[in-house]
Write a protein that binds this ligand. Structure first.
Ligand code: SAM
Length: 234
């Protein structure tokens, strides 16, 4: 094997995210605008000079490791959920997490940079699990990165499930008490609008309760009459 075939990469930051488990994380960034997270620079990369000029940009590219699934290896063919889970595409034709190099790439909105004991970059719209290791951060350049004429293959359009939402009285009351999380309602609404249920369970007649963790909240819902019915939040 050539000496040039392997590289050593270093974690430069860690993601602090409201998504505490893989289930219900949106499949791409920007789909859930109220997903607020923090990229915490490691001490050796926390010098304010390293981010000088970053705040002039509205969006950032985050390169990261799919650390939760990296040990599971990769598959040459994958079944994109977008295609209902029954068509196969080549791994490099998809954004699958199971790749030869378990690296991901997400564009996120920059909210602000906080310089304290360590440097914290506040972002929103992320699709990343809590604890995700970050390998690199780069500014998003609209003149080079935004290509309105680009063809989107089998993922040509933003997914739209058409699912509405209803909160039970108990859930509504709980939301109103969460003064530290004033936008929790919007956040839950946007996450559930993505319909996190596995493709094979999306049959309208399937009456099943689901649960997800956002921040430290445990949210339970079921799908009824084309609506997400959130019956409990704890
Ligand atoms: N935007 C990135 C990309 O295209 O490389 C990620 C796309 S990937 C399809 C998005 C999914 O990755 C999320 O729905 C979540 O299930 C999963 N994910 C996010 N962070 C992860 C992590 N640290 N380890 C493993 N899976 C992760």
């Amino acid at each position: 094997m050539s000496e040039h075939q392997n590289w050593t990469l270093h974690t430069i930051a860690t993601v602090s995210s409201p998504y505490k488990q893989k289930f219900a994380i949106p499949r791409q960034p920007g789909l859930v605008k109220h997903a607020y997270g923090v990229i915490e620079m490691l001490p050796e990369f926390s010098h304010p000079d390293f981010l000088r000029g970053l705040e002039a940009f509205s969006h950032l590219w985050i390169q990261f490791v799919f650390h939760e699934t990296a040990a599971k290896g990769w598959s040459p063919l994958v079944r994109p959920p977008r295609l209902g889970g029954n068509q196969r595409k080549g791994v490099f034709a998809t954004r699958s997490t199971f790749r030869p190099n378990p690296m991901g790439l997400s564009v996120v909105e920059l909210v602000r940079v906080e310089h304290g004991k360590s440097t914290r970059i506040h972002v929103r719209g992320l699709d990343l699990l809590d604890g995700t290791p970050v390998l690199d951060i780069k500014p998003y350049l609209p003149y080079a990165d935004a290509l309105p004429e680009a063809a989107g293959g089998f993922a040509d359009e933003r997914p739209d499930t058409g699912l509405g939402i209803v909160f039970s009285d108990d859930a509504e009351q709980f939301l109103q008490q969460q003064r530290d999380y004033p936008q929790l309602r919007e956040f839950i609404t946007e996450v559930l609008a993505q319909d996190p249920r596995p493709a094979y369970q999306k049959d309208a007649h399937m009456d099943k309760d689901y649960g997800m963790h956002l921040y430290h909240f445990n949210i339970k819902w079921r799908v009824q009459n084309n609506k997400n019915y959130v019956f409990s939040i704890e």
